[in-house]
Design a protein around this ligand. Structure first.
Ligand code: ADP
Ligand code: MG
Length: 268
């Protein structure tokens, strides 16, 4: 991709199957981290029934949201708000009535306006395999599955992967979230073996995630050196095809073997 002259955005749908795995948290933090890398990024709350991406940014009082756009009473350009670090945000409404009035099918036509001038579009998908969920998978270039290290989460992710492929789309990889290294027996290799896709990143269980949510600031901004923030930033760098720089200095792309070789044989 050549800087500055991108013709089309990459559209990632962040899905899971099971609810509560961390889709919204991941969408917000990967999106913010991409924006911090200078990528033109927009996040869209397509969980139109249980919207909470906007809540995590204090945007819950916005009058025009994706609900109004999907109801045909507003234009998508009027539902785009400024988030942190230059991130653009399309929140969904909170009312049940707004949800009932929304036509998820309309998302397809909304997408063409959303991708314009953007590098990345991240779609926060609803849990489950309802109609609105299926459409979010169908409009993606690639799907990223957010999975917790438990079998029920794996089973649901597997189903979501199958559904994605039935729709002619593919899964980019898995984000294994809420990992407690000392507790979990499910490791990276087991997950990629079980799901048949690569694990893009492992996000640790981190109390800073909830704390940042309470302050309505993404963890990659509020606590950039926390374990979860570092993992989200590294994932964003991977998606952007850039080297990850922790604290803007230390590069963490060197493998263990390379590091070992360097300490034995020297070199810079
Ligand atoms: P989903 O959108 O998939 O329903 P959320 O992103 O809303 O999931 O996350 C569900 C809950 O888990 C939230 O309370 C969130 O703060 C918490 N959470 C998500 N990821 C982590 C993490 N890595 N460490 C600690 N808590 C997390
Ligand atoms: Mg959510």
């Amino acid at each position: 991709m050549v800087e500055g002259i991108n013709m089309t955005a990459r559209v990632y749908t962040i899905a899971s199957g099971k609810g509560g795995t961390g889709k919204t948290t991941a969408t917000l933090n990967i999106g913010t981290a991409l924006a911090m890398l200078g990528k033109k990024t927009i996040v869209l709350d397509a969980d139109i029934g249980m919207a909470n991406l906007g809540i995590l940014l204090g945007l819950e009082r916005c009058k025009i949201t994706l609900h109004e756009v999907l109801a045909g009473t507003a234009q998508i350009k009027d539902a785009v708000y400024d988030g942190p670090a230059g991130l653009k945000v399309v929140p969904s409404g909170l009312s049940l009535k707004g949800f009932q009035n929304s036509n998820p099918e309309k998302l397809k036509e909304v997408m063409s306006a959303l991708v314009e001038g953007m590098d990345f579009v991240l779609i926060d998908a609803p849990a489950g395999i309802s109609k609105d969920g299926v459409i979010t998978l169908a409009v993606a270039d690639k799907v990223i599955l957010v999975v917790n290290p438990e079998l029920s989460s794996m089973a649901d992710a597997l189903k979501t992967k199958a559904l994605t492929e039935m729709l002619g789309r593919s899964v980019e990889g898995v984000v294994l979230n809420r990992v407690e290294l000392e507790k979990t027996e499910i490791n990276r290799n087991k997950v990629s073996e079980l799901l048949g896709v690569k694990v893009l990143e492992m996000i640790p269980e981190d109390a800073n995630v909830r704390r940042s949510a309470a302050f309505k600031v993404p963890i990659v901004i509020r606590a950039p050196n926390s374990p979860a923030a570092i993992a989200f930033s590294r994932l964003a760098a991977l998606l952007a095809g850039e080297k990850f720089k922790e604290n803007g200095a230390k590069e963490d792309t060197e493998s263990f073997v390379d590091r070992l070789a360097r300490s034995i044989f020297g070199g810079k």
